[in-house]
Design a protein around this ligand. Structure first.
Ligand SMILES: [Zn+2]
Length: 131
């Protein structure tokens, strides 16, 4: 996406609120096409540099129509704006919770796999609190 005036914000100071407002107009649900309203979107993370005109914003949006959740990674580099949407089953709280966690390693996956192979019990029983 490119705006004709050469800068996404007309060379003015970066205003995160304006960006969010603008995104509210631009972003729509990739599943059903419903436009997001601002109160369904939450900024998970943002960083910006006014001097070089760069910014990165991570937004979580819930669709009012089809109830799917999407995370948008938006990168602003001078006059250019890139956005990548990703359908997720995380809620906005989950997203905040997991964003700084390290990824699961291969060894952890193998570990769980090995444990599950040995496991002969009953999951329902295991996760049920006995009275
Ligand atoms: Zn939708």
């Amino acid at each position: 996406m490119k705006k004709p005036d050469g800068s996404a914000f007309g060379g003015k100071k970066f205003d995160i609120k304006k960006v969010i407002e603008w995104l509210g107009v631009v972003l729509k649900c990739p599943i059903c096409g419903q436009k997001y309203t601002l109160n369904q979107s939450q900024v998970i993370e943002s960083e910006h540099n006014d001097i070089i005109g760069e910014a990165r914003i991570l937004i979580h949006s819930d669709c009012a129509k089809c109830k799917s959740s999407v995370m948008f990674n938006i990168e602003i580099d001078g006059p250019e704006i890139f956005s990548v949407g990703m359908v997720t089953d995380l809620t906005s709280n989950d997203t905040s919770k997991f964003k700084n966690k390290t990824p699961i390693s291969i060894n952890e996956v193998i570990g769980i796999h090995t444990e599950l192979k040995k496991f002969k019990g009953d999951f329902v029983e295991m996760f049920t609190v006995s009275q």
